[in-house]
Design a protein around this ligand. Structure first.
Ligand code: DX5
Ligand code: ZN
Length: 219
């Protein structure tokens, strides 16, 4: 079985208890923490920023998989690196110099991810695949948790896996949005090796995080 990692999205957590919520995720077997940063401009929602990430960093040893849904993003990259992000994922539409933003994240010794919205094609990032550590394939339109999974993005994941094999690249393929117990196997079979999930992990089986993470890993 491929090594499948689970990156729970704290967007679905109890925001009044974020510190203890990420503790629960850590104890429940999460491989990393997916932090959805939204600015109310790139997406129609506004969540958290560097001060909150800095506060959470103190009490969590897991990698912070920070998904920046903000634009313009370039000038903010350093503050997320300083706050404790381990993976910094940006949207190509949020920067006027994708190559420059990718290099900025690498200069800061962070893993770099690039995210494709459901309607964004691979050709937007194909020239950069050698330089990045992760492609985040959105299976919902970004902005909110609890949305319906868009199965058409599975073709994009299969295409990414094909390019990865042909070019002998080793970027991770992460899928994000509407992942549940019915579609997680399809996502894995298509080639995703990191699954983001918020609603399913926090709300299913009376919020039994360990059980929900194990079920998503097809254990
Ligand atoms: C949406 C976020 C996702 C979302 C996932 O813009 O990027 O990470 O929070 O939540 P669920 O699993 O509830 O779709
Ligand atoms: Zn996300």
């Amino acid at each position: 079985m491929k090594n499948i990692q689970i990156s729970p999205s704290i967007l679905s957590a109890d925001f009044s208890q974020l510190g203890s919520e990420i503790k629960r995720l850590e104890e429940g077997g999460a491989d990393m923490i997916h932090v959805d940063v939204m600015d109310g401009h790139f997406v129609p929602n506004l969540t958290i920023g560097p001060p909150v990430i800095k506060a959470l960093r103190k009490n969590c040893t897991l990698k912070f998989d920070v998904h920046l849904m903000i634009s313009p993003v370039h000038k903010h990259i350093e503050s997320y690196a300083d706050a404790g992000a381990d993976i910094i994922t940006i949207h190509p539409e949020a920067t006027d110099n994708l190559e420059g933003s990718i290099l900025k994240i690498k200069e800061l010794n962070k893993k770099v991810g690039v995210s494709l919205n459901p309607n964004s094609e691979i050709n937007l990032i194909v020239d950069h695949l050698e330089k990045i550590d992760l492609v985040l394939v959105m299976s919902v339109n970004p902005g909110f948790g609890g949305q319906k999974f868009m199965p058409e993005v599975l073709e994009k994941i299969k295409e990414l896996r094909k390019i990865k094999n042909e070019k002998n690249l080793d970027f991770d393929i992460e899928i994000d949005g509407g992942i549940n117990f019915d579609n997680c196997k399809d996502a894995i079979d298509a080639g995703a090796n990191i699954l983001v999930s918020g609603t399913t992990i926090f709300k299913s089986n009376n919020g039994d995080i360990k059980k929900n993470i194990d079920l998503l890993k097809l254990k």
